[in-house]
Design a protein around this ligand. Structure first.
Ligand code: GCV
Length: 836
């Protein structure tokens, strides 16, 4: 361990992020001499994960240690790194092979490092490759200690779900186009798909669904079965199995049948045939993922069949091949009505699935989103985990930050995931942690595990953001062992991704661990959900979209009170879906934790929390605190200049700067919205008070006109300015009365999709800066774009350390472009330390 501190990974000049945590960057400092002098990979077939392991070891030794080591498929154990399965070791070395088979279950491995002798024994080939990656991860982190241990997965299902569409787009994709599909076909060049499989394998993901759950029936036509077969071919050397999402109505749409009724013989035969065609091409096909009767998708309920009948339809033809069906519990087609106090979308999953417990075939797994609604910033653990003791279940997470800043905000997700995984459901008054339910341990199920929605794209960074990659890495690590510490996993990722320099590790760790609490603080508090625009982009603030819709993500906020009454006594009855002890806890305001209060209860804004604050004051305080934290991330990251390669340093700085500005927008939008709703002042006098801010609409305007923004809360003073026409230039000017000094000058403007307006800012004729609002059109930020002046397009540019004289004339000239009329909201002239 001491060695670890002495070794630092070298700093390359520029890195794109494409190698992610598998950079194999050169270590500098003292490297022990006792290292393997040869690599023996006990299978030489190129599609074999053991062969891949040999290649990876060679690449790793070369990159990390600068040591060129030959690979062969035979050799001795002493002074070699030998990798293979239990059976391959026995065949090659007989009685001198490590006797470890009893310690291993499927996909597990045993790793022994004794100076220059390294043995990596997998229960299967995939396990052997995992072991090689583990050894390389140690080396890359400068850890040369001798070890000997066996490790096994917590659960057999460790999947990712891609939401890639056949046209090459990605649903909720923020990192470029699909690495699998374009124009209705599988890409001819699958280089990135293979690189992705390498990343997945290194974090022990064993299967990937490659197409969106809103599946296109063309995915299983004969051309595309051959196409996805090629994806499976590039996955195979990494031990990643391919799986597909299905469209329930395919028998009609593709097969020309008059029905897709799951009990119809023709339909049964149709799916049997498709399944055989798939296995002919992909013998190691993992299985199907099914979204049915949900958000308009077809399903068994259309024919009054049960969801179990629907799931079993796909499960049966998979049995002879060992495939499984992941059947999603995210089922709701009946849209609720908010005027009904008892209506609740959160009730749907338990209502639909619990009565079917025991009716699903053995190779069906019900895949359950972590919370009862939809990947919100905070939700209680889905009660469905407690209601299916005779059914295989898996947890569904999102690495994709759909509602959590879309990878333009740093949000390290494992601390959020932990709130669900570590939750004790108290089934039959016994310890019943969600993580033990999903692994199959609690109810003694053979199958179980997890799936995460991952939206990697062709962007060199994969997710559009370097720091967001920690979520993918952590997902894999946790899916293997849910008891791991979130921060320890993050630090491994950081050392592998950015090097072992202690300041780099501690800074990224501090930022990341603070990031989910910060996001929750400036988005939605007290279990109110993420207050973003659920009707449009799921990105910026728009709290009013949660109510008065059929989507059932209501807050029921009015002038005096807020929250969903989910009690049994007076509300939707949702709290009664939990086992008795938990139900009792959530039934009462007194025993419901503050952070879920508004999820379970409808209370006055003046309701006192356990913290002693009122609900409304908590909103105000949390939002100011969250935006402050996001602002601090910028300075923290700047402290890493020279310690992280320039390209990644700049790209992360760009995103952190955006986040800091957008967090202020979030803060102001939400506090203004609830201040307006409740009429209750902020005890600390901050809401509505902006001493360093100049509203654009209050400046002297020439060629600019005021524009009233909707929703009102996403523009300061509810008003922005826009150029008089879409082809002209406007000028906004004002004389500054602030004391002379050095300030940061921030300009809030709107970067809409469909235009790249240009701007210049000057002080009494001295140019402060020029810029173009093109981050959205160029895809530089990647979040879902907006064509409106709203909370999604709102952004900010900051000029630091500007010398301002009292009486200076501040002037902004904006030139419209495309649909974008150079919209401006306000200017802040900020003394050091002020966040506004
Ligand atoms: C792929 C949410 C998302 C949808 C997604 C759906 C699901 O509603 O916004 O894009 O569909 O969840 O998980 O099926």
């Amino acid at each position: 361990m001491i060695l670890k501190l002495l070794l630092f990974a070298g700093l390359a000049a520029a890195e794109t992020g494409r190698d992610a945590w598998l950079r194999y960057a050169r270590l500098t400092g003292h490297i022990p001499s006792a290292l393997p002098s040869s690599i023996v990979a006990l299978n030489s077939s190129t599609s074999s994960p053991v062969h891949t392991a040999g290649q990876e070891l060679q690449k790793g030794f070369s990159g990390i240690l600068g040591k060129q080591v030959a690979v062969s498929s035979t050799g001795k154990q002493a002074s070699s790194a030998v990798v293979g399965t239990v059976a391959q070791f026995q065949k090659a070395f007989g009685s001198s092979a490590p006797n470890v088979s009893a310690e291993l279950i499927e996909d597990g491995f045993w790793l022994s490092v004794k100076g220059s002798t390294v043995q990596i024994v997998g229960q299967n080939e995939r396990g052997a490759l995992y072991g090689a990656f583990e050894y390389l991860s140690m080396l890359a982190q400068g850890n040369f200690t001798n070890v000997e241990f066996a490790t096994n997965p917590a659960a057999p299902i460790r999947w990712i779900n891609s939401w890639d569409n056949m046209d090459g787009s990605i649903t909720r994709g923020f990192g470029g186009a699909s690495v699998f599909f374009a124009d209705g076909l599988v890409l001819s060049n699958l280089t990135r798909a293979a690189e992705y499989a390498r990343l997945l394998s290194s974090i022990r993901i064993n299967a990937a669904v490659v197409n969106d759950v809103n599946a296109d029936f063309h995915t299983v036509n004969s051309t595309n079965i051959q196409g996805v077969g090629r994806i499976a071919d590039v996955f195979r050397p990494y031990g990643v199995q391919l799986a597909l999402s299905l469209d329930f109505a395919t028998p009609m749409e593709l097969g020309g049948l008059s029905t897709y009724d799951p009990l119809d013989d023709g339909v049964i035969a149709f799916w049997g045939n498709i399944t055989e065609q798939i296995y002919d091409r992909i013998p190691d096909f993992a299985g199907y993922l099914v979204k049915a009767d949900s958000e308009g998708t077809p399903g068994p309920l259309v024919y009054n069949r049960t969801l179990a009948q629907g799931a079993n339809l796909f499960a049966r033809p998979l049995v002879p091949h060992g495939g499984i069906v992941m059947y999603r519990a995210f089922v709701y087609n009946q849209l609720p009505n908010e005027s009904d106090w008892q209506a609740d979308r959160a009730n749907a999953a338990v209502n639909l699935f619990a009565p079917l417990d025991g009716q699903f075939d053995d190779n069906v797994v019900v895949q359950i989103k972590y919370g009862p609604i939809d990947f919100q910033v905070r939700e209680p653990a889905s009660p469905l985990f407690a209601n299916l003791p005779q059914t295989n279940v898996a947890l569904e997470l999102q690495v994709c930050q759909e509602y959590l800043g879309q990878q333009t905000h740093l949000v390290y997700l494992p601390p959020l995931w932990r709130t669900v995984l570590d939750f004790d459901l108290r089934v039959q008054n016994e310890t019943s942690l969600v993580r033990d339910v999903i692994t199959g341990e609690r109810f003694n199920r053979r199958l179980g595990g997890s799936a995460a929605v991952v939206n990697v794209g062709a962007n060199e960074t994969w997710l559009g953001s370097h720091l967001a990659m920690s979520n993918l890495y952590a997902y894999g690590r946790l899916a293997w062992d849910w008891s791991l510490d979130s921060e320890a996993v993050l630090q491994d990722w950081t050392r592998l991704t950015f090097g072992t320099e202690p300041t780099v590790v501690s800074t990224i760790s501090t930022m990341s661990m603070a990031s989910w609490p910060a996001y929750e603080n400036y988005s939605g508090n007290l279990g109110e959900q993420t207050l973003n625009d659920i009707l449009y982009t799921h990105f910026g603030p728009n709290p009013q979209t949660l109510d008065n819709t059929v989507w059932g993500q209501w807050t029921r906020a009015d002038h005096t009170s807020i929250g969903m009454d989910r009690t049994v006594s007076n509300g939707t009855g949702f709290s009664g879906q939990y086992p008795a002890e938990v139900a009792a806890m959530f039934e009462s305001v007194e025993t419901t934790p503050d952070n879920l209060l508004l999820w379970f209860h409808h209370v006055n804004y003046t309701q006192k929390l356990k913290s002693g604050d009122t609900v409304i004051q908590h909103f105000y305080d949390a939002h100011y605190e969250g935006a402050q934290t996001a602002a601090e991330f910028v300075g923290m990251w700047e402290g890493l200049e020279g310690k992280v390669d320039e390209q990644r340093f700049d790209e992360v700085l760009y995103r952190q700067t955006f986040q800091a500005g957008h967090a202020i927008l979030w803060r102001d939008a939400i506090v203004n919205f609830y201040h307006n709703a409740s009429g209750i002042a902020d005890e600390k006098g901050r809401v509505g008070t902006h001493p360093w801010r100049i509203e654009a609409e209050s400046m002297e305007l020439d060629g600019y006109v005021p524009y009233v923004v909707s929703p009102f809360e996403v523009a300061s003073g509810a008003t922005a300015i826009v150029t008089a026409t879409n082809t002209t230039t406007g000028t906004a000017s004002t004389t500054l009365g602030f004391p002379s000094g050095t300030y940061d000058v921030a300009v809030n403007y709107f970067d809409m999709f469909g235009g790249n307006s240009s701007y210049s800012l000057s002080l009494s004729g001295r140019t402060v800066g020029t810029w173009v609002g093109n981050a959205v059109d160029t895809g530089k930020l990647g979040h879902t774009p907006s064509i409106y002046i709203d909370g999604h397009s709102a952004t900010r540019i900051t000029f630091k350390g500007v010398s301002v004289r009292k009486g200076d004339v501040l002037k902004i000239v904006g030139r419209a472009d495309g649909v974008e009329p150079a919209p401006l909201d306000y200017v802040s002239v900020l003394p050091a330390g002020v966040v506004d």
